[in-house]
Design a protein around this ligand. Structure first.
Ligand code: FPP
Ligand code: MG
Ligand code: MG
Length: 330
């Protein structure tokens, strides 16, 4: 879709920096073992959305402007921007092994291309390189923040493995899982750049809350798109969550209208016709609409948070991103 190139357009404000990101990351992944280099660099091909580094970069500049009137990004903040994409990609490589994915971003998935064993090691290697880049900055608060992110990613992914929780706790379980698997990375990286910008604790908290809320909105929309978007649009197969046994927001809302879904959720849609039945119930219900309402609430809160910062094009671009996330089709 056509985006007007204005002073507050997130893409035009970040394209110079982000166009170099993949090359910068590939330089970090400089193992002398050629296959390890090849596998670990495979997803750094310029085809990603780079939504995380974009948000983290704009947050750094918005916080810098707020705190010192000098928007210029610091080297330490640039490292956090890079690390946000590296940790994300490491988690995607592991995720594709766990999910047995065939495609990602319109190309053959890393696990199908190189096999599971090499993929697991390559993801560990990406994570190791990201950790080293971060540790070199010598800020133990930020190291702890990002270690917490990895801890959350693992626990969020682990929470997805089982769904034996009782129906009353299911929605909270979903929100906690969503925070851990998606929002924590964005929130903590936004906070980390505020820490490096020497910002007051209140500003660090604003950055964190902006990141947390936009991260939640992003994942809820992702869960909606799994129901309503096509593989061609997304560059990865859709309608996969049910087949993977996952009950996300649209099904959880639908279940309130169609309590028969409870049994299907409990057996992780493993019955012969469960996936089709659950999809139909979601479409018949207002599950998609209510999920969009939920995502909008998070987006609204993200805007409220970031509006506490003083005015800048970067701040306004961060507001634009919240709207784009609600409208996105991929
Ligand atoms: C994508 O989910 C997956 C994540 C956002 C996080 C995955 C986390 C891990 C595998 C834990 C281990 C990570 C590290 C760094 C040690 P999805 O399957 O819903 O999305 P998809 O449709 O893009 O595959
Ligand atoms: Mg997956
Ligand atoms: Mg997954």
């Amino acid at each position: 879709s056509y985006t007007e190139k204005t002073h507050m357009d997130p893409h035009s404000l970040t394209e110079t920096h982000l166009s170099q990101l993949c090359e910068t990351i590939k330089k970090e992944l400089n193992s002398s073992i050629k296959p390890l280099r090849d596998v670990s660099q495979y997803y750094f091909d310029g085809q990603g959305k780079y939504i995380r580094p974009m948000i983290v970069l704009l947050t750094a500049e918005a916080c810098n402007t707020h705190t010192s009137k000098n928007r210029k990004i610091l080297p330490s903040q640039t490292t956090v921007v890079m690390v946000s994409e590296m940790i994300h990609t490491a988690s995607l490589v592991h995720d594709d092994v766990i999910d047995g994915a065939d495609t990602r971003r319109g190309k053959t998935s890393v696990n199908k291309m190189f096999g599971e064993r090499m993929s697991v090691l390559a993801a560990d290697y990406i994570l190791a390189c990201a950790s080293q880049a971060l540790a070199k900055l010598g800020n133990s608060e930020v190291v702890e923040l990002l270690a917490r992110v990895v801890d959350d990613l693992v626990k969020g992914e682990f929470m997805q493995l089982g769904s034996k929780e009782n129906p009353d706790e299911r929605f909270n379980h979903y929100l906690e899982k969503t925070y851990k698997k998606t929002a924590s990375l964005i929130a903590c990286c936004c906070k980390a750049v505020a820490v490096f910008g020497d910002c007051d604790p209140e500003v660090q908290e604003i950055a964190f809350q902006y990141g947390r809320n936009i991260g939640m909105a992003f994942q809820v929309v992702d869960d909606i798109l799994d129901f309503i978007a096509s593989e061609g649009e997304m560059g990865k197969p859709t309608a996969t969550d049910l087949r993977l046994g996952l009950a996300t927001a649209p099904v959880l809302f639908a279940c309130e209208q169609y309590p028969d879904l409870n049994a299907l959720i409990m057996r992780r849609f493993k019955g012969p016709n469960d996936v089709e039945e659950a999809r139909e119930a979601v479409y018949k219900s207002d599950g998609i609409a209510r999920s969009y309402t939920l995502a909008s609430q998070y987006a609204k809160e993200a805007v409220k948070q970031i509006n506490k910062l003083s005015s800048s094009s970067q701040r306004d671009a961060l507001i634009t991103i919240t709207q784009q996330i609600l409208q996105r089709r991929k």
